[in-house]
Design a protein around this ligand. Structure first.
Ligand SMILES: O=C(O)c1ccc[n+]([C@@H]2O[C@H](COP(=O)([O-])O)[C@@H](O)[C@H]2O)c1
Ligand SMILES: Cc1cc2nc[nH]c2cc1C
Length: 364
């Protein structure tokens, strides 16, 4: 083990050991305050539960969303060369340039949400050329893309650990800069195949149930994609434990996003999951540290068939249902104003007590 690698393992162990569950006292105080607001009891529905959840995660009855951020992790997948995507592998690197230029969907949506956008390269095959004055792409490259999980192991365990440690480091960077809500995004051609394999393996589901069109494969190509996921599962059926599954199936950005979740959970910062791939990272984080699910909020429900399966396993309900299947952090960005509004209601709405009314509950 190199010194670098020993540091990565120590960081992961320290982070997981520091995780704590939802603060029940803060959540109960927020729920009581919400019940006292001038409105029919529970009339703001899920917006109320959202505020209470953020209170429980942040560990305070007065939570804030003053400085939201979205972190997009990008990497390439060896499997992309096996015909499982509607787009060629080169698109991953090209999209990184779009993130740097601010022209990609997530650039537009984070600007709308008033959120900081941070992009990290965990290992695209061709590193992007970033022009001066463009948004930075953080270099967290572990290797230039994974190997195909169909013919071998996507990466080594040490590489998976390095990627998770990078994710924890990214979370710490954001939180140290003041982030109080973090959305997840990813970019990686082929990564819905990786996410399907991870989901099928970790949740012991039939590949056909958790494999879908991704960027848009259909017909025979979709049948071939399901067969590829099936073949990945059979090739790695002797995988033992979450780390082994993650290393063998990939991907680098999925591992990093699992690290972002762990790092945010440790610092009591809520994490907005995006679509199917970020939720595969959530499954990894959950399996490495079950209590990390307490820091998660599901932003959207992707039409990718495995996403509902993942969210059910995690016990999460999506904030929004907009049939979005872009990834990139687009769904997480859109949910930020909703979470911010939930917290604002808790902070700013008047209560029956303010009006001199002791009785906030309806007639018997
Ligand atoms: O977030 C989702 O649910 C989602 C569903 C389908 C596709 N994507 C995006 O599309 C890419 C992966 O699709 P594919 O077909 O190349 O596996 C990757 O860059 C993801 O960001 C994302
Ligand atoms: C163009 C394009 C943009 C994306 N953003 C996230 N995944 C993507 C996949 C493609 C193909």
């Amino acid at each position: 083990m190199t010194e670098h690698h020993t540091d990565a393992v120590a960081l992961i162990e320290r982070t997981i050991a520091a995780l704590r569950p939802l603060d029940a006292e803060a959540a109960a105080a927020a729920a009581a305050a919400m019940d006292g607001k001038v409105k029919p009891l529970r009339s703001l529905g899920d917006l109320e539960s959202l505020a209470v959840r953020v209170a429980g995660i942040q560990g305070t009855a007065s939570p804030t969303v003053a400085s939201p951020a979205v972190v997009v992790c990008a990497a390439d997948h060896g499997i992309a060369r096996d015909g499982v995507s509607a787009y060629p592998q080169e698109v991953t690197g090209l999209m990184l340039q779009g993130f740097a230029a601010g022209t990609a969907a997530v650039g537009v949506l984070t600007a709308q949400a008033g959120a900081r956008l941070v992009v990290a390269d965990l290992g695209v095959v061709e590193p992007p050329q970033i022009a001066p004055g463009q948004n930075e792409v953080l270099d967290r490259r572990v290797r230039p893309g994974t190997a195909s999980s169909l013919t071998g192991e996507a990466m080594t365990r040490a590489e998976a650990e390095q990627a998770v440690a990078h994710g924890i480091g990214l979370a710490h960077l954001l939180v140290d800069d003041g982030a109080d809500l973090v959305g997840l995004g990813e970019m990686g051609i082929g990564n819905t195949t990786t996410a399907s394999a991870l989901t099928a393996a970790l949740l012991e589901r039939d590949p056909a149930r958790v494999t879908g069109p991704g960027t848009g494969v259909s017909g025979d190509a979709l049948a071939a994609k399901v067969a590829a996921v099936d073949a990945i599962l059979r090739r790695h059926e002797d995988a033992r434990g979450t780390w082994d599954v993650l290393a063998r199936m990939g991907g680098l950005e999925v591992a990093a996003l699992a690290g972002v979740i762990l790092g945010c959970a440790e610092r009591r910062v809520p994490v907005l999951l995006d679509g199917f791939i970020t939720t595969a990272a959530a499954l990894v984080a959950w399996r490495l540290a079950p209590v990390s699910v307490d820091a998660m909020i599901a932003a959207t429900l992707s039409p990718e068939p495995g996403h509902a399966v993942q969210l059910e396993a995690l016990g999460l309900e999506p904030v929004l249902r907009l049939s979005m299947r872009l990834g990139e952090g687009s769904g997480a960005s859109l949910a930020i104003p909703v979470v911010r509004s939930a917290v604002a209601v808790l902070a700013e709405m008047g209560s029956f007590a303010d009006l001199g009314l002791a009785e906030a509950s309806p007639h018997a």
